[in-house]
Design a binder for this molecule. Structure first.
Ligand SMILES: Cc1cc2nc3c(=O)[nH]c(=O)nc-3n(C[C@H](O)[C@H](O)[C@H](O)COP(=O)(O)O)c2cc1C
Length: 350
């Protein structure tokens, strides 16, 4: 058995596989299944005060698409490279009963050496700050705040804030930081010109860790109906996103420093993908689509796969964190290498 422990500020997780927030962490049964899978932590489905964000849950729709963009049956046996295309909403339960339920589940998680992490999605900043204070007072151990959910531009105005501006991120995180001493994880968008700059802003304003990066928005025409699939744009994520997230993490690491905790989300579909994110500089990985596609046991399989990989190279999770990112070169540093472009020019007559 390899040492899978990973440190995120003052928190040590038993392994870097985190069950990310989504519909699969919207019930006590789902969260218990995620804890039982062995995950290092479980992020609960997000909440906020917006009635519009709650009612958006009644308008959700989801498709799994194959490599030809054809919908495939959602039978929990789908290929890991399927793409999730969906319109999601927020939990409809009121804040207090949801948090009371999560606190009891966090006690169960603690007994299993894991964590249940409440998650807020920004709507109004004053209310978000008040919720953060309440969450600390209740006795939670970590708080995640998502200020970059992909649906922000499409949802009803103000229901879900997608923040792309470093200045406003400074304001938001400073207010949250002043309100709570809890380990504060800030989840950021990838839909920005420079997500690493947003990570720097969150770090400088006092976030204990940042999560990079939220999924993208996509548009998918349906060849049969010739109309937009799901009728609207929707959030999209797949295994194809892994290199994009990995680069975002590696570049952010250069800007925030090697000792600052970064968490990866968007694109991991296996334990080897978690290893890829560790190598890119992420102390842990939040996985959601994998669980939605293949069930909670996929987390157990990912932990075992990561363990086998690390065991095989005789290293711990901490040993490999950032290793590849720290030897990342620029194109300019490749000057001495012979170019091999000729091998890639197709014969003219074929
Ligand atoms: C159906 C669905 C619902 C989601 N709901 C939330 C949410 O409520 N809060 C949140 O922070 N992230 C939410 N996410 C984002 C995931 O937690 C995760 O960051 C994202 O899907 C990228 O990781 P993945 O490639 O492992 O899916 C949701 C994702 C999906 C697919």
């Amino acid at each position: 058995m390899a040492n899978l422990q990973t440190t995120i500020g003052s928190i040590t997780l038993k392994n870097p596989v985190i069950c990310g927030s989504g519909e699969h962490t919207m019930s006590a049964e789902g969260i218990r299944a995620a804890i039982a899978s062995g995950a290092g932590a479980v992020v609960a489905k997000s909440t906020n005060e917006s009635a519009a964000a709650k009612s958006q849950l009644d308008k959700t729709d989801y498709r799994l698409l194959d490599e030809n963009w054809q919908a495939v049956p959602w039978d929990f046996n789908v290929p890991r490279d399927a793409t999730v295309f969906c319109r999601s909403g927020l939990i409809q339960q009121d804040f207090e009963p949801w948090m009371a339920q999560l606190l009891a589940l966090d006690r169960e998680a603690a007994a299993a050496g894991s964590y249940v992490i409440p998650s807020l999605i920004l709507s109004g900043l004053d209310q978000c700050v008040a919720y953060a204070q309440q969450i600390e007072k209740m006795g939670f151990r970590i708080l995640e705040v998502n200020i970059g959910a992909p649906h922000g531009d499409e949802a009803a105005k103000g229901a879900i804030i997608l923040e792309r501006d470093a200045g406003r991120i400074t304001t938001i995180v400073s207010r949250l930081r002043a309100a709570t001493k809890l380990p504060l994880w800030i989840k950021l968008t990838g839909q920005s010109e420079d997500p690493a700059a947003l990570a720097v802003a969150a770090k400088d304003a006092g976030a204990d860790a940042v999560v990079l990066m939220g999924r993208f928005m996509g548009f998918m025409p349906d060849l049969e109906t010739q109309a937009p699939l799901l009728n609207t744009s929707a959030a999209i994520g797949g295994g194809w996103a892994l290199p994009l997230t990995a680069r975002c993490i590696a570049l952010a690491r250069k800007r925030v420093g090697r000792s600052y905790p970064l968490l990866a989300t968007n694109g991991a579909r296996s334990g080897l993908d978690v290893a890829r994110f560790l190598l890119s500089g992420a102390a842990a990985t939040e996985m959601a689509s994998l669980v939605l596609m293949r069930g909670y046991r996929a987390l157990t399989e990912a932990i075992a796969e990561l363990d086998a990989y690390l065991d095989g190279c005789g290293k711990s999770a901490a040993d490999i964190t950032g290793t590849a990112a720290d030897s990342l070169q620029t194109y300019g540093q490749q000057a001495d290498r012979p170019g091999i472009w000729r091998d890639f020019v197709p014969p003219v007559n074929v």
